[in-house]
Design a protein around this ligand. Structure first.
Ligand SMILES: Cc1cc2nc3c(=O)[nH]c(=O)nc-3n(C[C@H](O)[C@H](O)[C@H](O)COP(=O)(O)OP(=O)(O)OC[C@H]3O[C@@H](n4cnc5c(N)ncnc54)[C@H](O)[C@@H]3O)c2cc1C
Ligand SMILES: Cc1cc2nc3c(=O)[nH]c(=O)nc-3n(C[C@H](O)[C@H](O)[C@H](O)COP(=O)(O)O)c2cc1C
Length: 770
């Protein structure tokens, strides 16, 4: 919002009804009245002015700036009431027997105010600006308001009756989550944003606390529902029992409630936010988990955006559409971060094996909004302490050869099944569809050679096919004849002689996704002519228009297993450093694992154990010929409601770990054509994270590789340091910049060795790269 004074009224509005006097409704009313003194604005609030539920509201710098622009009086008044602080303290694993640990990260610049204080000043400001506030009054029926007013703003909170009245239009989804939490207050002012995570005999509990004035803090206690039930918590005993759980944190101070009850967080999402002259704002339209502290901020930002659009548009419908267009991406992005944070806390128990330094970093970066670089800017000493811890930890657990050297996490060397990699960056397998008769040629030498010169620790080939029928397209490479073996040998020799990278081969068979066109001619579409017959566990075509594969017989399975073994032998002869078995993306081995693509009734279909039987037989045959480092690529979800379950994907990873792989490379999807993936920044990393922590107890030496929309070195550092994965594979990023790792080193002032012929170009770019 740029113009804070009174403005014209192109939309012709005169009467506005606001349902709900929370921060959203009141801030809307104040800003609208300030900009349009001729508007008649009425706010209905069922509570009394001094009733409020909740304690303190946190604001970031960015929100404060937008409030300052929106209404200087509100900002000045708010600024006078703020408590401000910089630190986040993570207290971890305190028990009755031990003190636990505390990690402090500084530079966060929070400001908070009591909710009652915020509402009080908004009440005053609304009063000064002529807004009619009807306290202790239920709003009239929504149908009457719509008929009687030019605009109805539904700011009636998470349980919005206005939204429910038009549920067929707004199409709300209410996702009620697995934790119980309660808002409480304490009469002590914490001196930081405080997280306290501690085990109990029934599971882990956590406290989130922050000050909101000189003598009070908000205290939220949260835990999984089963832990809550095990501890015997009720609304009646909450205050007493929460104080017993965290006595040292409260330091003798009291907890108090304000109509406080144990609740389960509900994430509200709506397909639409307006209907005729009715518009939803704040919690009525969307919620974001309290752990990223954005509910009040989003409600106030919605209010400001709505006022701005009403001032610009010539009719209400356009203003409401413009409001939604502007706000929806911001809200979606906040909800994505909130969802990551919410899930992180739900699954907190999984991280209790982490040491305090890693746990705290993991917690701080859980929503992906705060990253390694971001923390370094805020508090360089904190990040340098975690880097030092990581250097020692990785050597101690045998992941990095000693002695420990402090450097950005992505540049910590790594030992994968005995293979030493110079850093944690992998060039992900990418089919180039540029071969004839399965032969890798000059294109592949230049492509893979340039990636190896570009600094990555490990360069993976594309899926190299074990037979001509096992190719995806006529342009795919193979390892099924001597000429191919020699051609690959030329490439591995270049990598070994000219670069510090290692090179791995990915072996696969296309299964029902074979005999298709080159990627740029129509991905997964059958060839226009000259199709070869395809085969799969079950005769199910991949998509409409695809060939129907024949169901593989026992004899054919044996033959394919031997093809894999023969290719593994050739891979050894060709000089590869690592072999990866492609069991992802719906190709042959993957299509045995997914229940969507394997409908067999013999020993190779049915239960997960049976569906895993053929891929594991292939692995065993490969191991007969290949004794070097071995990885498997998996699709950890099918992105389909009837596909692999989260628990099954852990079992799949465990089965391969038990069968002796050194690494699991965690991708997702591409198994069925009607998948519904949730793309986003590093969207597959949570799957790698889950699998890594699940494997940790029984298979601590199995390397976990994360992949998928990881494109900044900041994300790589964050993922590795938080322990979400051991290595990060980047695909398309390397197509954009083959020298990505060298550039990442330059940008971080890390003295990575450049290939001698390129050393003259080694400089930090004059401007930073985003
Ligand atoms: C119990 C609880 C405690 C919370 N405590 C905190 C906290 O301490 N700090 C924090 O940052 N966030 C807190 N939150 C979250 C935060 O309140 C919301 O994200 C934020 O207030 C959203 O603002 P809003 O204006 O959209 O909705 P709300 O603040 O929920 O306001 C909606 C208002 O509408 C009123 N209302 C609803 N229907 C009608 C009707 N038909 N007629 C008249 N009035 C109606 C309600 O009484 C309510 O005052 C809390 C949420 C809950 C549920
Ligand atoms: C052109 C192209 C070809 C690919 N070919 C393969 C492949 O042969 N084998 C494989 O496992 N993944 C393949 N992938 C998937 C990538 O390895 C990677 O998992 C995916 O691109 C997500 O990572 P990114 O976001 O860093 O690109 C391919 C991706 C691209 C863009």
């Amino acid at each position: 919002m740029h113009d804070t004074g009174p403005v014209g009224n192109p939309s012709g509005i005169t009467r506005i009804a606001v349902v709900g006097g929370g921060p959203g409704g009141l801030y809307f009313a104040a800003l609208a009245a300030r900009r349009h003194p001729d508007w008649h604005i009425t706010v209905w609030e069922r509570n009394a002015p001094d009733d409020t539920f909740g304690f303190g509201v946190v604001f970031s710098d960015e929100t404060l700036e937008s409030i300052e622009v929106g209404d200087a009086e509100i900002f000045t008044e708010l600024a006078g009431r703020f408590v401000r602080w910089d630190d986040i303290d993570v207290h971890y694993r305190r028990t009755v027997d031990g003190p636990g640990s505390t990690t402090t990260s500084g530079g966060h610049k929070f400001a908070a105010v009591s909710r009652v204080g915020l509402l009080d000043l908004l009440h005053k400001r609304c009063g000064e600006l002529g807004v009619r506030l009807r306290f202790e009054t239920e709003a009239p029926p929504i149908g009457d308001l719509i008929a009687d007013y030019d605009l109805v703003v539904a700011a009636d909170g998470v349980h919005s009756a206005s939204r429910q009245a038009f549920a067929d239009v707004f199409e709300p989804t209410l996702d009620t989550r697995r934790c119980k939490y309660i808002w409480l207050g304490s009469d002590t002012a914490f001196d930081s944003f405080t997280f306290d995570v501690r085990p109990t005999p029934h599971g882990v509990v956590q406290l989130h606390g922050y000050p909101y004035d000189q003598g009070g803090s908000t205290v939220i206690v949260e835990m999984r529902e089963e832990v809550w039930a095990g501890l015997g918590l009720t609304d009646g005993n909450a205050i007493e029992r929460c104080a017993e759980l965290f006595p040292d944190r409260l330091d003798g101070h009291r907890l108090h409630g304000n109509n406080s009850k144990w609740i389960a967080f509900t994430t509200v999402r709506c397909a639409r936010w307006s209907h005729r002259n009715l518009v939803l704002i704040g919690d009525a339209a969307h919620t974001a988990h309290f752990s990223i502290g954005s509910g009040t901020k989003l409600a106030m930002q919605d209010a400001a955006a709505l006022v701005e659009k009403l001032g610009e548009a010539t009719d209400v419908a356009t203003a409401l559409a413009d409001y939604e267009t502007e706000r929806r991406p911001v809200v979606l992005s906040t909800q994505r971060a909130a969802q990551a944070s919410l899930e992180w806390f739900e699954d907190l128990g999984r991280y209790l094996d982490q040491e305090p330094a890693q746990f705290a970093f993991n917690l701080l970066t859980r929503s992906r909004r705060i990253t390694y670089d971001n923390l370094r800017l805020r508090d360089p000493q904190y990040v340098s302490d975690v880097d030092s811890w990581f250097a020692g930890h990785e050597v101690a657990r045998g992941a990095t050869p000693g002695p420990p050297t402090v450097r950005p996490p992505m540049f910590q060397p790594y030992v994968l099944g005995g293979l030493e990699l110079r850093n944690r960056v992998v060039v992900s397998a990418m089919d180039m569809y540029s071969s004839t008769d399965g032969l890798p040629g000059d294109f592949h030498l230049v492509h893979l050679g340039s990636k190896a010169l570009g600094g990555a620790g490990l360069v993976m080939t594309e899926m190299v096919c074990v037979s001509p029928e096992g190719r995806i397209t006529p342009g795919c490479t193979g390892l099924y004849d001597d000429a191919q073996t020699q051609a690959w040998q030329r490439i591995t020799a270049f990598v070994h002689e000219q670069t510090g990278a290692r090179i791995g081969v990915q072996l696969g068979h296309s299964g029902r996704k074979g005999s298709t066109r080159l990627m740029w001619d129509g991905i997964d579409d059958p060839l226009p002519e000259g199709n070869w017959p395809i085969a799969a566990p079950s005769p199910l075509p991949y998509k409409e228009g695809s060939q129907t594969p024949r169901e593989l017989t026992r004899a054919e399975l044996d033959a394919i297993r031997e093809d894999f073994a023969a290719s593994a032998r050739r891979a050894r002869e060709a000089g590869f450093d690592l072999l990866e078995l492609h069991c992802a993306h719906g190709y042959l081995l993957s299509s045995f694992i997914s229940p969507l693509t394997n409908h067999r009734t013999d020993h190779y279909g049915g239960s997960l154990d049976d569906r895993l039987r053929f891929p594991l037989e292939v692995l065993a045959a490969v191991k007969e010929e290949w004794s070097g480092p071995l990885s498997v690529r998996l699709s950890a979800t099918d992105w389909h409601p009837d596909g692999l379950t989260p628990e099954e994907s852990l079992q799949v990873a465990r089965a391969f770990a038990a069968a002796g792989v050194d690494a699991v490379d965690i991708s997702t999807g591409q198994v069925v054509s009607d998948e519904q993936p949730a793309y986003g920044r590093s969207f597959q990393t949570p799957y790698a994270d889950r699998i890594r922590h699940d494997l940790a107890a029984d298979f601590p030496h199995v390397t976990v590789i994360a992949v998928g929309a990881i494109s900044s070195y900041d994300d790589v550092n964050s993922i590795i340091l938080a322990g979400r994965a051991d290595l990060c594979a980047l695909g398309r990023t390397h197509l954009y910049d083959p020298q990505w790792t060298l550039h990442a080193a330059a940008e971080q002032d890390y003295p990575m060795e450049w290939p001698k012929p390129f050393a003259a170009g080694r400089r930090k770019p004059p401007t930073g790269r985003g």
